[in-house]
Design a binder for this molecule. Sequence first.
Ligand code: ZN
Length: 127
Amino acid sequence: MSVNTERLIKLSKSKKMGKIEMIIKKKFGKNSSTFVVGGDTFHDAVLEASKLSFGDVEKCGICASDDLFLGAHETKGEGFLFAYVRCSKCRATLNFGQQKKADVVYLRTKDDKKTLDWMKFEPNVNE
Ligand SMILES: [Zn+2]
């Protein structure tokens, strides 16, 4: 019984109560998305907000269109989740990455770590 009680306490502690919420706006071209993150304390909320470690995306890295939207999909086999920014015009994709350990979400960059890693739409790639 004591084991069960301990597990319950752990679960309720790990559950974010969202006492302090931060609203974060990110631009994706002409569209923007609002994210609400929260924590029990101000520190927790700021820490959660910092995990969205990416800035605004002004335009498509391939065709420079600002008609961008957010998307996500799950791979069939392993059930990995992917999120991306996609260009409505040329269907180029910019993937988000996630550091598993710290839960930090970022936009993938090329080897120089600065240029966003936009990938051209390949019609023969099976999604
Ligand atoms: Zn484009």
